[in-house]
Design a protein around this ligand. Structure first.
Ligand SMILES: Nc1ncnc2c1ncn2[C@@H]1O[C@H](COP(=O)(O)OP(=O)(O)OP(=O)(O)O)[C@@H](O)[C@H]1O
Ligand SMILES: [Mg+2]
Length: 347
């Protein structure tokens, strides 16, 4: 489905690569819309098709089937001047920055303006250098910059032609966690200040959590789940999504429990292990103590994490309750707006 007014839309896109007569299907029947001003995170494992998907937005790859639209314009069908015009509206940043070693910060950022023949160059470049916080480094060469500073140059360069869309291919994957946070904060600021639509691909759920308003999970060339980030964090349905979430939301079981967990309920004295997910303003603490005081069901808390997804608190607890009372406990929690999932049993 192609939504009119979308900044980017993929309409039943397929892509296959043929090498020596052997075809690889990199993408299959991908439909996805990115609203103007959204930050859409695409997450998937290596080889899932993320880069291929992204590269179609600026015409570096053409779809084998279906269409990719940027601001309503069909990228795959565009040639020559029409393609250049679309590309001017689409900036891109890369994992390894792709800066020219022989050019200074200033000169790297000026390059797209020189190529596009946009003048005057100086005030635009100075403004961009300021925006990304590199005023003190304008005459340095890439080799004299840290990874985070290099990516700031990459971001400024991508913004030079005042694009409407910014593509990011694993732009923080080469950076340490602290630097990653500052670069993501810069992207969020740019999104907010300039109303730029950002499509970013990553294999790290923490990146999606920290910045993306919307997300899609890609697995084996197909979108298996897509929606508002917060909704998917609260109700992941696909196993790939759950496995990505495990690393960032306390969804993983502590090893000592995981080792004992059984899928079938044992005959005697079992505890049911339940994941409780809470979102928004639901607090679990009173709920769990009420469970004990109102229903008389004792609860063991095995693991938990609370964090923020976008502006909302979001958390997961893993609890164990007597298996005989577990159904009543789950019903109670669900009635109070929490999500529960049975993970298994321990003896
Ligand atoms: N130019 C190409 N020629 C042939 N096959 C390709 C080409 N580009 C990508 N592929 C194949 O398409 C599939 C998807 O590749 P893609 O680079 O999009 O994955 P990715 O999700 O970006 O992976 P990674 O996280 O490792 O960067 C892979 O099987 C890959 O080998
Ligand atoms: Mg890739």
């Amino acid at each position: 489905m192609t939504e009119t007014g979308a900044a980017i839309s993929f309409d039943r896109v397929g892509k296959s690569f043929t090498k020596k007569g052997v075809a690889t299907l990199a993408l299959e029947d991908v439909s996805l819309s990115v609203a103007p001003g959204a930050i859409m995170g695409i997450i998937g494992r290596s080889g899932a098709g993320k880069s291929t998907l992204l590269r179609m937005v600026n015409g570096l790859e053409r779809p084998s089937t279906g269409r990719v639209l940027v601001g309503g314009r069909d990228v795959g069908a565009a040639r020559g001047a029409a393609l250049r015009e679309i590309r001017r509206d689409v900036g891109m940043i890369f994992q390894h920055f792709n800066l020219l070693a022989s050019r200074t910060v200033y000169e790297n950022i000026a390059l797209p303006l020189e190529i596009a023949g946009i003048a005057p160059i100086r005030p635009r470049v100075e403004e961009l250098i300021e925006r990304v916080g590199l005023s003190a480094h304008r005459d340095r060469y890439p080799a004299e910059l840290s990874g985070g500073q290099k990516q700031r140059v990459g971001i400024a360069r991508a913004l030079a032609t005042q694009p409407k869309v910014l593509l990011s291919d694993e732009a923080t994957s080469a950076l340490d966690p602290e630097t990653t946070r500052t670069v993501l904060a810069l992207l969020a600021e740019i999104n907010r200040d300039l109303g730029l639509t950002i499509l970013l691909i990553t294999h790290e759920m923490a990146v999606v959590r920290d910045i993306a308003t919307h997300m899609a999970v890609i697995d084996g060339g197909r979108i298996v789940e897509a929606g508002a980030t917060y909704d998917i964090f609260s109700r992941p349905t696909h196993p790939t999504t759950r496995s990505f979430l495990g690393g960032v939301t306390g969804l993983t079981l502590p090893a000592f429990i995981a080792g004992q967990l059984q899928a079938e309920r044992p005959e005697v004295e079992a505890q049911e292990v339940i994941r409780v997910t809470f979102a928004g303003n639901h607090a679990t603490d009173p709920m769990l103590s009420l469970l004990t005081s109102e229903l008389g069901i004792p609860v063991n808390i095995l693991a938990g994490a609370i964090e923020e997804v976008g502006p909302h608190p979001f958390g997961n607890l893993i609890i164990a309750v007597d298996a005989a009372q577990a159904e009543a406990a789950r019903a109670y929690l669900e009635r109070h707006g929490l999500l529960t999932e049975v993970l298994g049993y321990v003896g």
